[in-house]
Design a protein around this ligand. Structure first.
Ligand code: KIV
Length: 324
């Protein structure tokens, strides 16, 4: 297993050596840890969290504070992967000074290693200034979800006359401004190929065909968590919605029938500390979850041990929690 941290230089080397880059979105520490262990190269805290986590119809309502909160959670779960935080809508469009402050917060408070922002040549000066401030910038062109109202919906871009040339020019301008990578979203394969070949920096595609230097998907989409959303560019590697429902139905049935929790999943009093008086015995019964001293006797030795060391650590209920 590779343990070396992935940096912007690693990604550049991967492009030069023809090794594809893997990127997935992550919004919390648990997913971050799993994806990091699976050797995913880049974790993107995408503002897609506005849709898949928060339940909005677009990414527009997501705030910078919310992005920082999710970045921090992802950063805590990440050991190796490169972490990119999305600049949310209106955190970089109004003024360059505000944009630099906001990008700085994603790095400083959120623990991101780089920021991603949507748009092409119009952001060249901002990209230059962010890079000069030591903040690596990933560009994002093509279908840019923050411009959903301008695009008239989440539509494939680049098919109109002159659009392919404009996309190429945007990509080259972002590269010249210092961007270290560019996401190409929702554009025809041929345009993505032309851009990927023209650029020295890596391109990461989503709905942009196989010729990009890497690929990204929204983790909830590739795990099949949303039955109602199956666009053509998404490959679902799991059907977690079904599996989650089945698991939850089983849990519910077990609780209703009393099958959960079992003795193995419950805690009992240590015999030595069990109160001896009649009143105290009643409290002990209550504390022991309804089991009196009698029925416990057969399990005394094991229970006393479990009470001291229920999950492998003295008195710890959650022994596997890695406290930071
Ligand atoms: O917000 C997001 O998840 C993204 C990816 C889809 C590229 O920008």
């Amino acid at each position: 297993m590779k343990t070396k941290k992935v940096t912007i230089h690693t990604l550049q080397q991967m492009k030069e050596q023809g090794e594809k880059i893997t990127m997935l979105t992550a919004y919390d520490a648990t997913f971050a840890l799993l994806l990091d262990e699976s050797q995913i190269d880049v974790l993107l805290i995408g503002d897609s969290l506005g849709m898949v986590v928060q339940g909005h119809a677009t990414t527009l309502p997501v705030t910078l504070d919310e992005m920082i909160y999710h970045c921090r959670a992802v950063a805590r779960g990440t050991r190796r992967a490169h972490i990119v935080g999305d600049m949310p809508f209106m955190s970089y469009q109004a003024s360059i000074a505000d944009a630099i402050d906001n990008a700085g917060r994603l790095i400083k408070e959120g623990g991101a290693h780089a920021v991603k922002l949507e748009g092409g040549a119009q952001h060249a000066e901002l990209v230059q200034k962010l890079v000069a401030a030591g903040i690596p910038v990933m560009g994002h062109i093509g279908l840019t979800p923050q411009s959903v109202h301008q695009m008239g919906g989440f539509k494939i871009q680049g098919r109109e006359d002159g659009a392919a040339e404009k996309l190429l020019e945007d990509a080259l301008t972002l590269q010249a401004a210092g961007a270290y990578s560019i996401v190409l979203e929702g554009i025809p394969t041929s345009i993505a190929k032309t851009i990927s070949e023209a650029l020295a920096i890596p391109t990461i595609g989503i709905g942009a065909g196989p010729n990009c230097d890497g690929q990204v998907l929204v983790i909830y989409d590739m795990l099949g968590m949303n039955d109602g959303f199956k666009p053509r560019f998404v490959r679902t590697y799991e059907q977690l919605s079904t599996r989650i429902r089945t698991a939850v139905d089983s849990y519910s049935a077990d609780v209703k029938s009393g099958a959960f929790p079992s003795e193995q999943e419950s805690f009992f009093m240590d015999k030595a500390s069990r109160p001896k008086t009649a009143n105290a015995t009643v409290s002990a019964i209550a504390l022991a979850g309804g089991c009196g001293p009698g029925p416990l006797d057969a399990k005394d030795a094991k229970d006393a041990k479990d009470a001291k060391n229920p999950a492998g650590e003295d008195g710890a209920m959650y022994s596997s929690v890695d406290k930071d």
